[in-house]
Design a protein around this ligand. Structure first.
Ligand SMILES: Cc1ncc(C[n+]2csc(CCOP(=O)(O)OP(=O)(O)O)c2C)c(N)n1
Length: 309
């Protein structure tokens, strides 16, 4: 990880004065990630919260070359930038070494942007894709996405007499991405900022595509107070709801193992999106979520053991 002193001397790539919700960690995370680059950066953003709050015409919070593209194609655009830089270099019209980074929400990654992402990963372009995973389509009003977890309530997977929030489980995007055989994929969270910076630094260094899936506790969509963001992030990690791990050239490494795994209910009960599970007797649903978390954690431990063998 770069030293804090070195980081403090870097250009602030995403400035203050944006219009992110109070307590939203997205601008801070974008800033940290861009600070971790050893080269100048060109950023591409899919439509999503980060873009909506930081680029309200005629203003911008971005201090680096920046392009806003459609919801579904940020990875295609990022790979186009990579290729354009190469072509210009070949013609002798450009001589800079730059890093290209794409940012998208989970809707723009797990769902509508997945085809563009898969294509760019398979073609092997050297770029970093960052998923700001707030677990729903937030800027358009908290609709469910492929990243929304089991039994979480959203406006399109509500909780009521007929349903108990989202009936499906979350997609394993890390598994999908890693299956492309890319050099680096990692999962991170804002509460563990050193881990996040180390991962961003690694991602910028690899010779090929890299993917970072960053948890974004969203006070509006999840239902908690703005000042609780980092606490919710920490609970997500301590319960193993959001394991911090990386897949480097196919090898799995867990970067943080809680000494005492906190029961997932401690994370769930702090959020309005799970409120229905605590009204009436839904012990079996809470147990189901706990067993899903346990199973995922066990699988991750086994994959790590296999990688070390
Ligand atoms: C093809 C297309 N469909 C729908 C939209 C409307 N739209 C813009 S952003 C968005 C949701 C984005 O969700 P996500 O990617 O999770 O990002 P977040 O807002 O949570 O940051 C939607 C539905 C659009 N811009 N383009």
């Amino acid at each position: 990880m770069p030293s804090v002193k070195d980081l403090a001397e870097k250009t602030i790539a995403v400035t203050g004065g944006h219009r992110a919700c109070a307590g939203c960690p997205e601008p801070m995370i974008a800033r940290w990630i861009l600070m971790s680059s050893d080269r100048p950066v060109i950023a591409a953003l899919a439509t999503g919260c980060l873009e909506v709050c930081s680029t309200i015409f005629p203003y911008t919070a971005w201090n680096v070359p920046y392009i806003h593209v459609a919801f579904e194609n940020v990875a295609a655009v990022a790979s186009g930038i990579v290729t354009a830089c190469k072509a210009l270099k070949k013609r002798g019209e450009y001589d800079k070494e730059v890093n290209i980074v794409a940012f998208a929400g989970d809707g723009g990654t797990y769902d509508i942007g997945l085809q563009a992402l898969s294509g760019a990963l398979e073609r092997g372009h050297r770029f970093v894709f960052v998923c700001m995973d707030n677990q729903a389509y937030m800027n358009t009003g908290i609709q469910r996405s492929g990243a929304t977890p089991h039994y979480a309530a959203t406006t399109t997977s509500p909780a009521g007499a007929q349903a108990k929030g989202k009936p499906q489980k979350r997609k394993d995007i890390m598994g999908i991405v890693a299956a492309h055989g890319i050099p680096y994929a990692a999962q991170a969270a804002p509460s563990h900022w050193k881990d996040l910076l180390t991962k961003a630094e690694k991602a910028f260094k690899v010779d090929g595509p890299a993917f970072l899936n960053v948890l974004i506790p969203c006070n509006l969509g999840w239902g908690f107070e703005p000042e609780e963001t980092l606490e919710l992030s920490r609970l997500a990690v301590e319960t193993c709801f959001w394991p911090l791990y990386e897949v480097e050239n196919g090898k799995v490494k867990i970067n943080y193992k809680p000494r005492h795994k906190v029961p997932v209910v401690e994370f769930l009960k702090r959020q309005r999106r799970y409120r229905h599970l605590f009204e009436g007797d839904h012990k079996e649903l809470l147990e189901e979520i706990q067993s899903e978390v346990d199973q995922n954690w066990q699988q991750l431990l086994s994959r790590e053991a296999l990688s070390a063998a």
